[in-house]
Design a protein around this ligand. Sequence first.
Ligand SMILES: Cc1cc2nc3c(=O)[nH]c(=O)nc-3n(C[C@H](O)[C@H](O)[C@H](O)COP(=O)(O)OP(=O)(O)OC[C@H]3O[C@@H](n4cnc5c(N)ncnc54)[C@H](O)[C@@H]3O)c2cc1C
Length: 77
Amino acid sequence: MLEVLDKIAPGVYSTSTLLYGAEVKFYSMRLKLTNNLETEVKNLFAAGDGAGITRGIIHAAVSGVVAAREILKRIGK
Ligand SMILES: Cc1cc2nc3c(=O)[nH]c(=O)nc-3n(C[C@H](O)[C@H](O)[C@H](O)COP(=O)(O)OP(=O)(O)OC[C@H]3O[C@@H](n4cnc5c(N)ncnc54)[C@H](O)[C@@H]3O)c2cc1C
């Protein structure tokens, strides 16, 4: 397929071409968190996709910042 496609889009059939399979996402797990992303366990925070609260790079990164800011506040920094 790539060989044929290369005829109308030259360069596609190269060693640096990356092919993805279909992406199926499941986000059934979702922790109960406060607005500061603290879990029901005091001083245990959860951020990013693993906590079930984000689905992309930027949101995952921002959620880490939210949790980190609260942690810094608590340790007086
Ligand atoms: C194929 C694909 C394409 C994507 N494309 C996009 C896109 O175009 N734009 C976009 O915004 N988002 C995209 N995403 C989603 C994005 O990658 C995630 O939302 C984001 O990376 C989540 O960040 P995270 O830090 O929460 O988790 P992750 O990036 O998954 O980081 C979790 C880290 O924890 C580590 N880890 C796991 N278990 C343990 C353990 N027991 N001990 C220590 N470390 C552990 C893992 O190795 C990993 O490094 C894509 C995802 C996939 C799979």
